[in-house]
Write a protein that binds this ligand. Structure first.
Ligand SMILES: C[S@@+](CC[C@H](N)C(=O)[O-])C[C@H]1O[C@@H](n2cnc3c(N)ncnc32)[C@H](O)[C@@H]1O
Length: 223
Protein backbone atom coordinates (compact mmCIF):
# COMPACT_ATOMS: atom_id res chain seq x y z
CA UNK A 1 0.00 0.00 0.00
CA UNK A 2 1.51 3.34 -1.06
CA UNK A 3 3.25 5.34 1.65
CA UNK A 4 2.66 2.92 4.52
CA UNK A 5 4.96 0.41 6.17
CA UNK A 6 3.63 -2.80 7.70
CA UNK A 7 4.32 -3.01 11.47
CA UNK A 8 5.92 -6.31 12.53
CA UNK A 9 3.37 -8.79 13.81
CA UNK A 10 3.76 -11.16 16.75
CA UNK A 11 4.39 -14.78 15.62
CA UNK A 12 0.80 -16.00 16.20
CA UNK A 13 -0.65 -13.30 13.92
CA UNK A 14 2.16 -13.75 11.41
CA UNK A 15 1.24 -17.44 11.20
CA UNK A 16 -2.40 -16.44 10.55
CA UNK A 17 -1.33 -13.87 7.94
CA UNK A 18 0.59 -16.54 6.01
CA UNK A 19 -2.70 -18.40 5.49
CA UNK A 20 -4.57 -15.45 4.00
CA UNK A 21 -4.70 -14.11 0.45
CA UNK A 22 -7.93 -12.62 -0.82
CA UNK A 23 -9.65 -9.81 -2.66
CA UNK A 24 -12.02 -9.27 0.27
CA UNK A 25 -11.36 -10.60 3.73
CA UNK A 26 -13.04 -10.18 7.13
CA UNK A 27 -11.56 -10.20 10.63
CA UNK A 28 -14.03 -10.67 13.46
CA UNK A 29 -12.91 -9.12 16.75
CA UNK A 30 -9.92 -7.18 15.40
CA UNK A 31 -9.51 -4.62 18.21
CA UNK A 32 -6.40 -2.62 17.11
CA UNK A 33 -6.62 -4.26 13.67
CA UNK A 34 -2.92 -5.18 13.55
CA UNK A 35 -3.59 -8.22 11.37
CA UNK A 36 -5.91 -6.48 8.83
CA UNK A 37 -3.44 -3.55 8.56
CA UNK A 38 -0.56 -5.94 7.92
CA UNK A 39 -2.54 -7.87 5.29
CA UNK A 40 -3.48 -4.67 3.45
CA UNK A 41 -0.01 -3.14 3.68
CA UNK A 42 1.72 -6.28 2.42
CA UNK A 43 -0.78 -6.66 -0.44
CA UNK A 44 -2.09 -10.05 0.74
CA UNK A 45 -5.65 -8.69 0.68
CA UNK A 46 -7.24 -5.87 -1.33
CA UNK A 47 -10.15 -4.97 0.93
CA UNK A 48 -10.97 -5.63 4.57
CA UNK A 49 -14.15 -5.76 6.60
CA UNK A 50 -13.67 -5.68 10.35
CA UNK A 51 -16.48 -6.55 12.75
CA UNK A 52 -16.22 -5.44 16.37
CA UNK A 53 -18.77 -6.00 19.08
CA UNK A 54 -17.69 -3.32 21.50
CA UNK A 55 -17.45 0.40 20.88
CA UNK A 56 -13.90 0.86 22.31
CA UNK A 57 -12.28 -1.81 20.08
CA UNK A 58 -14.46 -0.63 17.15
CA UNK A 59 -12.96 2.85 17.57
CA UNK A 60 -9.45 1.35 17.85
CA UNK A 61 -9.95 -0.50 14.57
CA UNK A 62 -11.39 2.58 12.83
CA UNK A 63 -8.39 4.62 13.90
CA UNK A 64 -5.89 1.95 12.81
CA UNK A 65 -7.52 1.44 9.40
CA UNK A 66 -8.17 5.10 8.53
CA UNK A 67 -7.14 5.80 4.93
CA UNK A 68 -6.96 2.10 4.02
CA UNK A 69 -9.52 0.17 1.90
CA UNK A 70 -11.34 -1.11 4.96
CA UNK A 71 -14.78 -0.93 6.54
CA UNK A 72 -15.23 -1.30 10.29
CA UNK A 73 -18.69 -2.50 11.31
CA UNK A 74 -20.10 -2.51 14.82
CA UNK A 75 -21.95 -5.77 15.46
CA UNK A 76 -21.93 -9.32 16.73
CA UNK A 77 -19.82 -11.91 14.90
CA UNK A 78 -20.94 -12.62 11.34
CA UNK A 79 -24.26 -10.74 11.65
CA UNK A 80 -23.00 -7.60 9.84
CA UNK A 81 -21.64 -9.66 6.89
CA UNK A 82 -23.75 -10.55 3.85
CA UNK A 83 -23.52 -14.13 2.49
CA UNK A 84 -20.73 -14.35 -0.10
CA UNK A 85 -19.32 -10.93 0.83
CA UNK A 86 -15.83 -12.19 1.77
CA UNK A 87 -13.58 -15.01 0.55
CA UNK A 88 -11.63 -15.53 3.76
CA UNK A 89 -12.46 -14.97 7.42
CA UNK A 90 -10.26 -14.89 10.51
CA UNK A 91 -10.94 -14.94 14.24
CA UNK A 92 -7.94 -14.54 16.54
CA UNK A 93 -7.16 -14.05 20.18
CA UNK A 94 -10.39 -15.26 21.78
CA UNK A 95 -11.57 -18.49 23.40
CA UNK A 96 -12.44 -21.47 21.16
CA UNK A 97 -15.95 -21.81 22.59
CA UNK A 98 -16.72 -18.17 21.84
CA UNK A 99 -15.44 -18.76 18.29
CA UNK A 100 -17.73 -21.78 17.90
CA UNK A 101 -20.71 -19.65 19.00
CA UNK A 102 -19.82 -16.98 16.45
CA UNK A 103 -19.26 -19.48 13.59
CA UNK A 104 -22.42 -21.46 14.36
CA UNK A 105 -24.73 -18.45 14.56
CA UNK A 106 -24.74 -17.70 10.79
CA UNK A 107 -23.55 -20.75 8.82
CA UNK A 108 -24.83 -19.26 5.56
CA UNK A 109 -22.38 -16.34 5.92
CA UNK A 110 -19.25 -18.47 6.26
CA UNK A 111 -16.76 -18.28 3.36
CA UNK A 112 -14.96 -21.41 2.17
CA UNK A 113 -11.70 -20.54 3.95
CA UNK A 114 -11.46 -19.73 7.67
CA UNK A 115 -8.33 -19.14 9.74
CA UNK A 116 -8.63 -19.41 13.53
CA UNK A 117 -6.22 -18.72 16.37
CA UNK A 118 -7.87 -19.58 19.67
CA UNK A 119 -6.30 -18.56 22.98
CA UNK A 120 -7.09 -21.93 24.55
CA UNK A 121 -7.54 -25.57 23.49
CA UNK A 122 -8.55 -25.92 19.84
CA UNK A 123 -10.61 -29.10 20.35
CA UNK A 124 -14.06 -27.39 20.18
CA UNK A 125 -13.10 -25.87 16.82
CA UNK A 126 -12.01 -29.21 15.35
CA UNK A 127 -15.33 -30.72 16.48
CA UNK A 128 -17.29 -27.78 15.08
CA UNK A 129 -15.51 -28.08 11.70
CA UNK A 130 -16.33 -31.78 11.31
CA UNK A 131 -20.04 -31.04 12.00
CA UNK A 132 -20.09 -27.99 9.73
CA UNK A 133 -18.38 -29.74 6.79
CA UNK A 134 -15.04 -27.93 6.93
CA UNK A 135 -11.73 -29.78 6.46
CA UNK A 136 -8.55 -28.93 8.31
CA UNK A 137 -6.01 -27.95 5.64
CA UNK A 138 -3.23 -26.66 7.89
CA UNK A 139 -2.45 -26.70 11.58
CA UNK A 140 0.45 -24.77 13.14
CA UNK A 141 1.86 -24.50 16.63
CA UNK A 142 3.39 -21.12 17.33
CA UNK A 143 5.45 -20.02 20.33
CA UNK A 144 4.36 -16.89 22.20
CA UNK A 145 2.96 -16.17 25.66
CA UNK A 146 2.17 -19.88 25.49
CA UNK A 147 1.95 -22.20 22.46
CA UNK A 148 -0.81 -21.04 20.15
CA UNK A 149 -2.56 -23.23 17.60
CA UNK A 150 -3.44 -21.73 14.22
CA UNK A 151 -6.01 -23.72 12.27
CA UNK A 152 -6.97 -23.28 8.62
CA UNK A 153 -10.29 -24.79 7.55
CA UNK A 154 -11.58 -25.09 4.00
CA UNK A 155 -14.90 -26.22 2.59
CA UNK A 156 -15.46 -27.89 -0.75
CA UNK A 157 -12.01 -29.12 -1.78
CA UNK A 158 -11.23 -31.74 0.91
CA UNK A 159 -13.25 -34.26 2.90
CA UNK A 160 -13.74 -33.03 6.50
CA UNK A 161 -12.62 -36.42 7.84
CA UNK A 162 -9.49 -36.67 5.64
CA UNK A 163 -7.09 -35.27 8.24
CA UNK A 164 -8.24 -37.89 10.77
CA UNK A 165 -7.63 -40.99 8.67
CA UNK A 166 -5.36 -43.51 10.36
CA UNK A 167 -5.44 -41.68 13.69
CA UNK A 168 -7.47 -42.40 16.84
CA UNK A 169 -10.29 -39.84 16.35
CA UNK A 170 -10.67 -38.64 19.96
CA UNK A 171 -6.91 -38.26 20.38
CA UNK A 172 -6.65 -36.33 17.11
CA UNK A 173 -9.58 -34.06 18.03
CA UNK A 174 -7.81 -33.17 21.26
CA UNK A 175 -4.24 -32.67 20.10
CA UNK A 176 -4.56 -31.98 16.38
CA UNK A 177 -4.54 -34.51 13.54
CA UNK A 178 -2.05 -32.64 11.35
CA UNK A 179 0.27 -31.87 14.28
CA UNK A 180 0.20 -35.55 15.24
CA UNK A 181 0.71 -36.68 11.65
CA UNK A 182 3.83 -34.45 11.47
CA UNK A 183 5.00 -35.68 14.90
CA UNK A 184 5.35 -31.96 15.62
CA UNK A 185 8.30 -31.43 18.03
CA UNK A 186 6.59 -28.58 19.93
CA UNK A 187 3.52 -30.76 20.43
CA UNK A 188 5.63 -33.58 21.83
CA UNK A 189 7.19 -31.18 24.37
CA UNK A 190 3.73 -29.94 25.36
CA UNK A 191 2.39 -33.48 25.78
CA UNK A 192 5.34 -34.42 27.97
CA UNK A 193 4.83 -31.35 30.14
CA UNK A 194 1.14 -32.22 30.45
CA UNK A 195 2.00 -35.84 31.31
CA UNK A 196 4.27 -34.64 34.16
CA UNK A 197 1.52 -32.28 35.42
CA UNK A 198 -1.20 -34.96 35.33
CA UNK A 199 1.02 -37.36 37.30
CA UNK A 200 0.96 -34.89 40.20
CA UNK A 201 -2.88 -34.81 40.31
CA UNK A 202 -5.16 -37.21 42.25
CA UNK A 203 -6.07 -40.05 39.84
CA UNK A 204 -9.78 -39.16 39.50
CA UNK A 205 -11.76 -40.32 36.44
CA UNK A 206 -11.20 -37.12 34.43
CA UNK A 207 -7.44 -37.25 34.99
CA UNK A 208 -7.22 -40.95 34.11
CA UNK A 209 -9.17 -40.39 30.89
CA UNK A 210 -6.88 -37.55 29.82
CA UNK A 211 -3.82 -39.64 30.69
CA UNK A 212 -5.12 -42.43 28.46
CA UNK A 213 -5.55 -40.04 25.49
CA UNK A 214 -2.17 -38.49 26.16
CA UNK A 215 -0.38 -41.85 26.22
CA UNK A 216 -2.06 -42.80 22.93
CA UNK A 217 -0.81 -39.55 21.42
CA UNK A 218 2.76 -40.00 22.69
CA UNK A 219 2.81 -43.60 21.46
CA UNK A 220 2.49 -42.25 17.89
CA UNK A 221 6.08 -40.95 18.12
CA UNK A 222 7.33 -44.46 18.77
CA UNK A 223 5.07 -46.20 16.23
C1 LIG B 1 -8.53 -10.15 22.79
S1 LIG B 1 -9.15 -9.27 21.44
C2 LIG B 1 -8.23 -9.95 20.12
C3 LIG B 1 -7.80 -8.91 19.13
C4 LIG B 1 -7.06 -9.44 17.91
N1 LIG B 1 -7.93 -10.28 17.11
C5 LIG B 1 -5.82 -10.20 18.29
O1 LIG B 1 -5.80 -11.43 18.15
O2 LIG B 1 -4.86 -9.58 18.76
C6 LIG B 1 -10.77 -9.99 21.16
C7 LIG B 1 -11.68 -8.99 20.45
O3 LIG B 1 -12.83 -9.71 20.00
C8 LIG B 1 -13.96 -8.87 20.12
N2 LIG B 1 -15.15 -9.74 20.12
C9 LIG B 1 -15.49 -10.69 21.03
N3 LIG B 1 -16.66 -11.29 20.70
C10 LIG B 1 -17.05 -10.71 19.53
C11 LIG B 1 -18.17 -10.89 18.68
N4 LIG B 1 -19.15 -11.78 18.98
N5 LIG B 1 -18.27 -10.14 17.56
C12 LIG B 1 -17.30 -9.23 17.25
N6 LIG B 1 -16.23 -9.01 18.03
C13 LIG B 1 -16.10 -9.73 19.14
C14 LIG B 1 -13.71 -8.12 21.42
O4 LIG B 1 -14.44 -6.92 21.45
C15 LIG B 1 -12.18 -7.89 21.36
O5 LIG B 1 -11.88 -6.66 20.77
Amino acid sequence: MAGSTAKPLEPRLLAVAGEIRAETYADIGADHALLPCYLLQTGRVRRVIVVEKSRGPWENARRALRGLPAEVRLGDGLAPLAPGEVEVLSLCGMGARRMVRILSAHPERLPSRIVLQPNDAAEPLRRWALEAGFALSNEQMVPGFWYYTVLTFVRGSLSPAAAYQGLPREVALRYGPLLLAQRHPLLRGELERRRAYLRRLPPVERVRLEQAYLEQALALWDA
